[in-house]
Design a protein around this ligand. Structure first.
Ligand code: NAD
Length: 260
């Protein structure tokens, strides 16, 4: 379905981004991976995707908190892949603390990675998309782009900001064949959430199972995690012709969390 196109998926060495990159490769799309991790494992992921799906797969280890590293990554995608037809702004981290104790450096990091990085990749990808008169930008939001939880000030602020960037990008791209949408997952069992489970269990003296049942899935009416494959399938749908008129939308995939 997406053969001949290239998708840049940030934060795709793990979790949701990895599943999205895999799904796009399965759709015949060339893929550029980005994120941190063990060099050997990343190379195995890169080479495996290329071999399994017969597509070209690249990798950039850019630290997306650094605008100059983002510019280098975008240059690489332009020179080696002819630019990103699909841009998935997905890399993100979490940190949990009351506002008065929230480390300033953590605030700066989360705003830089979860919000500002998407501005930089978008501003650098848009000219090529407009020229080709086709582009799809998917921002990984969160239920926390719509509602808040205590102790997640930086994350909730960044995700609400990403909702704003999504809508502006959608309006500016609309007449140029570019679409931009925000995917808003509820809880997905990835390393990011695993860290939260471990921290909460320690802080509250609970077992992992108690944290999952009573804390994490408390917010999610289905009482089930969203899977990374479900998000990846949704991302692929948003790049299909059936989704051509979906633009500037905040799309929940959260088991009903934000319906409450
Ligand atoms: P994850 O920890 O599994 O993956 C995060 C990815 O981001 C990794 O590839 C990591 O290497 C990369 N990354 C981290 N810092 C980076 C940096 N400075 N520069 C470049 N890459 C960096 O997390 P995940 O759960 O898959 O989260 C992916 C996205 O989904 C995030 O934006 C997160 O906020 C969002 N999200 C997650 C959940 C959930 O429940 N897991 C729910 C809603 C939204």
């Amino acid at each position: 379905m997406l053969s001949g196109k290239t998708a840049l998926v940030t934060g795709s060495t793990s979790g949701i981004g990895q599943a999205i990159a895999t799904r796009f490769a399965r759709e015949g799309c060339n893929v550029v991976l980005n994120g941190f991790g063990d060099a050997g494992e990343i190379e195995a992921q890169r080479a495996g995707l290329a071999k399994d799906h017969g597509v070209k797969v690249g990798y950039s280890g850019a630290d997306l908190t650094k605008p100059e590293a983002i510019a280098e990554m975008m240059d690489y995608v332009a020179s080696d892949f002819g630019g990103a037809d699909i841009l998935v702004n997905n890399a993100g981290v979490q940190f949990v603390a009351p506002i008065e104790d929230f480390p300033v450096a953590k605030w700066d990091l989360i705003i830089a990675l979860n919000l500002t990085a998407a501005f930089h990749t978008t501003r650098l990808a848009l000219p090529g998309m407009k020229e080709k008169r086709w582009g799809r930008i998917l921002n990984t939001g969160s239920a926390h782009a719509k509602v808040a939880s205590p102790f997640k000030s930086a994350y909730v602020t960044a995700k609400h900001g990403l909702a704003g960037l999504t809508k502006v990008t959608a309006l500016e791209g609309a007449k140029h064949g570019v679409r931009c949408n925000l995917i808003c997952p509820g809880y997905v069992h990835t390393p990011l959430v695993d860290g939260q489970i471990a921290d909460t269990a320690k802080a509250r003296g609970l077992t992992r199972e108690q944290v999952i049942e009573d804390v994490i899935l408390e917010a999610q009416p289905t009482k089930e995690f969203v899977t990374v494959e479900q998000i990846a399938g949704f991302a692929a749908f948003l790049c299909s012709p059936d989704a051509d008129q979906i633009n500037g939308a905040e799309l929940s995939i959260d088991g009903g969390w934000t319906a409450e």
